[in-house]
Design a protein around this ligand. Structure first.
Ligand code: TXA
Ligand code: MG
Length: 312
């Protein structure tokens, strides 16, 4: 059930944030991908409060954040490929889904009753320090109301969740800016969500392409057609603006640009901030220039398609 609602504060103090987490409160914190809405993953009431604060319609499984590989290995069955992937990309923007180990202690609200668990070792220093200090595995979806744009600054978090969470730790803007890549360990290894680690990176490390997802029996918000949605109606792959549209370029030009130099890494880092900016400007119609569908561009285009999809 939801915690007592309180005014949110920017907690300067990591120790205090860790203490709040241990006490079953919700604390938003920065990772290198997006800000997460954290709760003690072993505390069912705390995890339930995540769903209430986000207004997430269903109990969809959450990612558990731990400070190191040992923490992950304690929770899921490990494979040779997991070893190679963790060695190459952790700490970093990669999530591994594996079969739960006996005695894992994670609340069944985190896994939505599945026998698998998604685990991630984030690299952002604030996230690392918080997880070590908290000493408990931390369940965290992106810290935004369900269906809205993911947050890449503490101000974004407050704009969506102020009054519903105990604190947000301000670690500045997120470096990667897109959610983690999610791999199911299988076998075979399957890519459930494109993200900060590209398909080519994965192929290089495991020696073959990650397969398309097999049926998981779950529908996750990030996999829904409409998600990451700003208030504006979006038109993609636009050569230029039509009357009344705000134009978001890739490269020079446009009212806003994902990256003036046409750099995919910068565009990924700026994407959600640009969508938030459209809302802040009260834009009702926006057109986006094409973004190359290679490397990080795949994850950018995935998020843009969902942001542009028709809403209910
Ligand atoms: O970068 C990220 O991954 C961010 C930061 C905060 O770590 N978190 C994030 O969480 O994006 P969220 O809840 O927005 O997305 C979690 C995704 C969902 O699409 C969910 O379906 C998938 O992880 N997931 C979680 N557990 C799973 C499982 N056992 N099997 C398959 N997919 C799972
Ligand atoms: Mg999300």
């Amino acid at each position: 059930m939801p915690q007592t609602l309180r005014l949110c504060e920017i907690a300067a103090d990591l120790g205090k944030a860790a203490q709040l987490l241990r006490a079953g409160e919700l604390v938003a914190f920065p990772t290198e991908t997006v800000y997460g809405l954290g709760a003690n993953a072993t505390d069912g009431a705390a995890v339930a409060a995540i769903y209430a604060a986000k207004n997430r319609p269903d109990f969809n499984p959450l990612i558990v954040h731990v400070p190191d590989v040992a923490g992950a290995r304690a929770l899921i069955h490990w494979t040779d490929e997991a070893d190679r992937l963790a060695e190459a990309f952790w700490p970093g923007p990669l999530t591994l889904v594996g079969r739960l180990r006996e005695g894992h202690g994670i609340s069944s609200l985190v896994t939505a009753g599945l026998d698998t668990l998604a685990v991630r070792v984030p690299g952002a220093p604030v996230a690392q320090s918080l997880l070590r200090e908290a000493g408990v595995p931390v369940a965290a979806p992106s810290a935004n109301p369900s269906g809205r744009i993911s947050p890449t600054t503490a101000a974004h978090v407050l704009a969506g969740l102020d009054g519903k969470i105990a604190a947000v730790l301000d670690g500045g803007p997120c470096e990667v800016g897109l959610e983690s890549t999610i791999l199911h360990l299988g076998p075979p290894v399957q890519m459930l969500r494109a993200g900060g680690v590209t398909g080519t990176d994965v192929e290089r490390v495991i020696g073959r392409r990650a397969e398309a997802p097999k049926a998981q029996g779950i529908t996750a918000p990030g996999q829904l057609a409409s998600h990451y949605a700003p208030r504006a109606e979006l038109r993609l792959n636009a050569e230029g603006p039509r009357p009344g549209e705000t134009f978001v370029g890739f490269g020079a030009g446009g009212d806003l640009s994902l990256s003036v130099t046409g750099d995919l890494r910068e565009a990924a880092a700026r994407l959600f901030a640009v969508l938030h900016e459209l809302d802040a400007r009260g834009v009702t119609r926006a057109a986006f220039a094409p973004v190359p569908d290679t490397g990080l561009g795949r994850a950018i285009n995935d998020r843009l398609r969902r942001a542009a999809a028709p809403r209910d």
